[in-house]
Design a protein around this ligand. Sequence first.
Ligand code: ARG
Length: 472
Amino acid sequence: MKMWSGRFREPLDPNFDSWQRSFRFDQQLLQEEVAASNAHALALEAAGVLSREELARISAALEKIAGDAISEADAEDIHHYVELKLVQAIGDLGLKLHTGRSRNEQIATDLRLYVRSGATQIIAQAAAWAQHLVEKAGAMGDAVMPSYTHLQRAEPVLVAHWLLAYFEMLLRDVSRLEDCIKRLNYCPLGSGPIAGATLALDRMIAAKELGFTAPTANSMDATSDRDFVLEYLNALTLLALHASRFAEEITLFSTAEFGFVDLPEAFSTGSSAMPQKKNPDLTELVRAKVGRVNGAAQAVTLQLKGLPLAYNKDLQETQEPVFAATSAMHLTVYLLAKFTAALHFRTERMRAACETGFMNAMAAATYLVHKGVPFRKAHEKIGNAVRYCLDKGCELNHLALDELKQFGTEFEQDFFDTITLEATLDCHDVIGGTARHRVREALKSAESRVQELTKKYGTVDLGQKETAHAGA
Ligand code: ARG
């Protein structure tokens, strides 16, 4: 039975009919639909529309429907499906459930529940990735690497400092997702199709049952609002962007030219043509994934543009992007956590890369500043010394004191101690800097922040078998 055949005389065009249905994709909302239906049934019972016994029969049937695999049904959408199954199980009593509600508020509720649980799971996975970044940072100790601006060597940093930069990005991603959950956590049930339910329902009952903070405040807004979808997709876009930056750096660092990391074989592939190849497919796919996720955000932005109040069928189009982006990020972050744990850094090569390229030039200029030279002048003097070294084919620490003196009378023997690799690191002695003791402090704070997250969201089992494909 259709949900709305009464006023129609002609059947639907069959192509249009199958084309406008959402069941093909919204069947993913089965659990949410059942939970929301159950919450509505509670409110109906409190309003005297259902007896206690009827409520018990409906709840039991709903539970069974949620536990069964989706089966063949001529359903227009997931709301219709649950109703059909309910009627199959308990007869006309199943039809009573639609009293005082509309699919417009149902889909608004289901999607909020879906985004809330999708965001929560992705947060837990981001926390697992964060934990592996922090563990790796701890394991790297005082290992050094060059840092880059403009992709040109800049100054040496601790590898831990570089890893913790990604940790900071991840924490912001988590807080954006948490924020999105906070704002979406209001219950549309009781809004009716647009103007509010025509039964005096106690809206607190369903809101509480579903773990929402409160009922939504305006029925027109509640049935047409998809801001939470867009906020979520934009938060995921940033997460995917951060993942892509990390992936790009690892891809670069794994080249023979850099040689900073050994790609874990378990996460690399070979070439069918060139026998010597080990390709960074994981990081390449991660690098590209933001296209899919941001594509979803863009799609929803355009779907929402100019929509008049309140519900419009356009809103059905927002679902698939949400599903696609959720499963893409779910697996991406999960794999990044595993991959990070398996990463092996070639610390000798990273250290050797720090010994050349004048990465102590800032520290050298700072030495002159401590001798009273204004920084602009110190910069000029060290610049001249660097130019001299370039012609000579050596580094600043290879110059004799006499040679240095031609660039500034302020140079003394103690200069050489201030431009060693360790001294160069330690002269960045500010909160957030790469001085060794500062990084140790940052690491400690990162460890406790990760602990808080895992306490709140649980740990993710990285040994579980995930079967979804990379396209998911
Ligand atoms: N499948 C629909 C959607 O996702 C459910 C709401 C239908 N409401 C309506 N008035 N046709 O948007």
